[in-house]
Design a binder for this molecule. Sequence first.
Ligand SMILES: *[C@@H]1O[C@H](CO)[C@@H](O)[C@H](O)[C@H]1NC(C)=O
Ligand SMILES: *[C@@H]1O[C@H](CO)[C@@H](O)[C@H](O)[C@H]1NC(C)=O
Ligand SMILES: *[C@@H]1O[C@H](CO)[C@@H](O)[C@H](O)[C@H]1NC(C)=O
Ligand SMILES: *[C@@H]1O[C@H](CO)[C@@H](O)[C@H](O)[C@H]1NC(C)=O
Ligand SMILES: *[C@@H]1O[C@H](CO)[C@@H](O)[C@H](O)[C@H]1NC(C)=O
Ligand SMILES: *[C@@H]1O[C@H](CO)[C@@H](O)[C@H](O)[C@H]1NC(C)=O
Ligand SMILES: *[C@@H]1O[C@H](CO)[C@@H](O)[C@H](O)[C@H]1NC(C)=O
Ligand SMILES: *[C@@H]1O[C@H](CO)[C@@H](O)[C@H](O)[C@H]1NC(C)=O
Ligand SMILES: *[C@@H]1O[C@H](CO)[C@@H](O)[C@H](O)[C@H]1NC(C)=O
Ligand SMILES: *[C@@H]1O[C@H](CO)[C@@H](O)[C@H](O)[C@H]1NC(C)=O
Ligand SMILES: *[C@@H]1O[C@H](CO)[C@@H](O)[C@H](O)[C@H]1NC(C)=O
Ligand SMILES: *[C@@H]1O[C@H](CO)[C@@H](O)[C@H](O)[C@H]1NC(C)=O
Length: 831
Amino acid sequence: MHILLLLSVFQHTLAGLQPLCRDDERSALLQFRQSLTVAQCSFDDYPSAYPKVASWSQEEENSDCCLWDGIKCNKDTGHVIRLDLTSSCLHGSINSSSSLFQLVHLEWLVLSNNHFNFSEIPSEITNLSRLTALSLSNSSFYGQIPAELLELSKLESLDLSFNNFHLKLQNPSLANLADKLANLKVLHLGQVNIASTVPHALANLSSLFFLSLTDCLLQGEFPAEIFQLPKLAFLTLTYNHYLTGKLTQLQFLRLAENQLEGSVPNSIFELRNLQALDLSYNNLSGTVDLNMFLLNLKSLTSLVLSSNKFSLLTGTNVSTNLPNFTVIGFRSCSISEFPYFLHNQDQLVSLDLSSNEIAGQVPQWLLNVSTKSLEYLNFSDNLLSGFGQDLFVLPWSKMNTLDLGFNKLQGPLPVPSSVSIYSYLVSNNQLTGEIPIQICSLNGLHALDLSYNNLSSMLPECLGNFSVELSALKLQAINFYGIIPQTFMNGTNLMMIDFSNNSLQGRVPKSLANCVKLKFLNLGDNQITDVFPSWLGTLPELAVLILKFNNFHGEIEEPQTGFEFPKLRIIDLSHNRFTGNLPSKHFHCWNAMKDIKASKLTYLQVELMPYNVLGFTYYGYADYSLTMSNKCIEIEYPKLSNLITAIILSDNNFVGEIPASIASLKGLRTLNLSNNNLRGYIPLTLSNLTVMESLDLSSNKLTGQIPQQLVELTSLAFFDVSHNHLKGAIPQGTQFSTFTNDWFAGNPGLCGEPLSRKCGNSEASPAEDDLPSESVLAFGWKIVLAGYASGTIIGVVLGHIFCTRKYEWLIKTFRLHPESSGRRRRHTHRM
Ligand SMILES: *[C@@H]1O[C@H](CO)[C@@H](O)[C@H](O)[C@H]1NC(C)=O
Ligand SMILES: *[C@@H]1O[C@H](CO)[C@@H](O)[C@H](O)[C@H]1NC(C)=O
Ligand SMILES: *[C@@H]1O[C@H](CO)[C@@H](O)[C@H](O)[C@H]1NC(C)=O
Ligand SMILES: *[C@@H]1O[C@H](CO)[C@@H](O)[C@H](O)[C@H]1NC(C)=O
Ligand SMILES: *[C@@H]1O[C@H](CO)[C@@H](O)[C@H](O)[C@H]1NC(C)=O
Ligand SMILES: *[C@@H]1O[C@H](CO)[C@@H](O)[C@H](O)[C@H]1NC(C)=O
Ligand SMILES: *[C@@H]1O[C@H](CO)[C@@H](O)[C@H](O)[C@H]1NC(C)=O
Ligand SMILES: *[C@@H]1O[C@H](CO)[C@@H](O)[C@H](O)[C@H]1NC(C)=O
Ligand SMILES: *[C@@H]1O[C@H](CO)[C@@H](O)[C@H](O)[C@H]1NC(C)=O
Ligand SMILES: *[C@@H]1O[C@H](CO)[C@@H](O)[C@H](O)[C@H]1NC(C)=O
Ligand SMILES: *[C@@H]1O[C@H](CO)[C@@H](O)[C@H](O)[C@H]1NC(C)=O
Ligand SMILES: *[C@@H]1O[C@H](CO)[C@@H](O)[C@H](O)[C@H]1NC(C)=O
């Protein structure tokens, strides 16, 4: 719910001729503008953003500041009374001497959706004593909210939300605020760090119409009197354990993602004016009878009960005078058939019946439901078998999101009729036949996921170019054969292409070089015959390149200028027929693997277009997923974090030595060079790769000793040097004491723990002539006492272990990491 919508409820209308603005106020405005920078507006994220201050100028013909963007003056006095700079791409600090506080006639100040560089709210805000509306939402303000702000006794609307928990309301407290700002109608404190119980004083705010205390770290019980506020119509809460009292005026009730337990409170059915009810993502249990909602809450248009622990009984005998719904969310409600009340619903916009147990064919009547209004349809994760015999064009003409994934759909691929569709997801079914040519007409598509079906078809020629919007194209494992079309156009938005696990032949299409936004390319497990596509190195964003299990061959040539793979983090060329030396010059260029720390943990993902229902925005993501395997272990990454890095060149015919240059890739976490024909020593410089977690050099022809310095790699969880010609003592201590003997097997010259062969005196310490040519003294014989590092966060990991139990250790070091501080409303597309 955008707060401005609510603000516009209040009357601040102005009209008529504007006198010239006052000199002092004009110069205060210009000075304010001068103190900030206008950052690059990112229209992708925020289409309505533009730098309003761009129109402000000192030029004579434009000197009436009352006509500038974002400003309104009082028509009689000429004083600036409104300043609205929402989403203006402003960046910079505000302090107590800001000229903003000279604009003492302001009644309305909106600075939301900018970046004020973690400024504290200056106490001079008290200068703006006429303010009735103040919004500092989502603007990177910081610190304790000053007591002076509570002096603004005329405030009717206060929005301090979404400053990422950086704003605190503790001293003064929420109770103080409620005492002082008695005229509040709108109070939005989402993600303000309040960290207290909910004060009873809030119940004194008799004009309150909108109250959001989402994510405020509140504890304790919610005071029942607040529900009795006569005007309260919109309430969103977290940490609410208590729901009682008369809320009969309440029109919107959103208790999603609280910790509500027990059964659905009966008092809800007394909220006769309720239009929208969202109880999703709580721990409510028992059985819930849909009839109770249908019979009692006649004004309901939005009912979201998703993801609780109750079973929803949807059998109904109510057939007349039903509420007309726009939003139905019954995700994960233990439903086993399509609720019959949907029969007569012709205004639905969003219908989510995913993660239930609905089996069999989609009934014919459902294909008549809301055909002209439905935009979002999610039936994924059920047991559906099809849409009837002949049907393959779906009737809904406004559909923009269709998710039928994870069912048992058979027959031909159903194609949406809506040209405005942007997410079309039908992975993990049993669909057969060709990809219908109609797909090529869906020219607004952002995401297409047909993975894991039995489509057995050539790739349609239109694939690279039918929609300039297309950003995620997932066609894994669907029996595609033939040649990848050469049709990727200039100007495409493609960020993710996954054609893995098919039977594609021919070469990597050169037109992929047109996909300048590409971040993720997976052509693994096909029959592609080509040399290394070094020309992909021009792609400025490419982070993940998977070519494993194909017929790639030949030497990897030195990179040319401009072909450097600047953002590459994961490369997997395993199981091909590459020859020649390892691409050491390439290693030098892969800059993205040189950083050890990312400033913030994020996931590599493609953001899809946000989707709006009744003021709530849902964000879709297509995650990169990936499987990486060692000999005995396969790790599946349903999501990849921005920290992950890997070079996997195993099972080829690389020869020569391991180049020392690999040590410049300081952020490297996985290196697999196994099953090649590498010779020479294990380079000492590998000990420079301090975040390394998995190192596999097995089945080569390496000689010499295992460098003692490798004990410094305290994150190392997997280390396999088996089947080489190594000799001498295995280093002891730190991680090495956790390694299993298989990892050293097949090297007759090795001795010491964990092998049973003890070292003789001559082997106990490395002999001079065994040492690699690099200077040992440069590194010293540092003994690492720091203990074993606990491993780092790589992402969400599912591990499959094939061999000994010892490998469990590896799995445990990868911690599950939920997305931190993400907006709770985010809604993840599972792709
Ligand atoms: C406030 O910021 C301005 C720059 O924007 C700076 O010149 C001034 O010294 C600062 N004043 C205080 C009190 O920090
Ligand atoms: C943000 O604040 C930091 C220090 O507080 C300062 O170094 C930096 O220049 C500021 N950035 C802008 C755009 O004002
Ligand atoms: C506050 O307002 C007064 C005029 O009422 C003005 O003189 C003073 O400079 C203002 N303070 C700030 C910090 O702008
Ligand atoms: C916060 O503002 C930024 C622009 O500064 C915008 O991209 C983002 O979507 C806004 N977030 C919310 C929750 O409105
Ligand atoms: C509400 O206001 C009345 C009168 O101003 C005051 O006596 C009472 O203590 C307030 N209630 C709370 C809970 O603060
Ligand atoms: C829901 O209940 C389960 C146990 O039944 C508990 O583990 C979980 O944390 C609860 N979730 C919330 C959000 O309270
Ligand atoms: C409708 O079903 C409810 C139980 O779900 C029952 O109590 C009620 O009597 C039924 N009404 C009619 C008219 O059959
Ligand atoms: C639902 O809409 C129909 C017509 O579109 C109308 O006749 C009916 O009264 C509406 N129901 C309610 C409960 O508003
Ligand atoms: C769907 O609606 C059409 C026209 O409104 C009607 O002719 C047809 O019988 C309906 N089909 C079903 C299965 O209800
Ligand atoms: C693609 O665009 C680039 C410049 O943006 C241009 O040099 C190139 O010729 C274009 N290629 C095609 C096939 O249009
Ligand atoms: C390895 O690290 C040492 C010390 O940090 C540094 O002097 C050396 O240049 C590094 N070697 C390489 C190949 O990066
Ligand atoms: C559909 O529902 C599933 C399971 O409830 C969810 O994971 C997925 O993200 C939803 N799809 C879309 C496109 O919202």
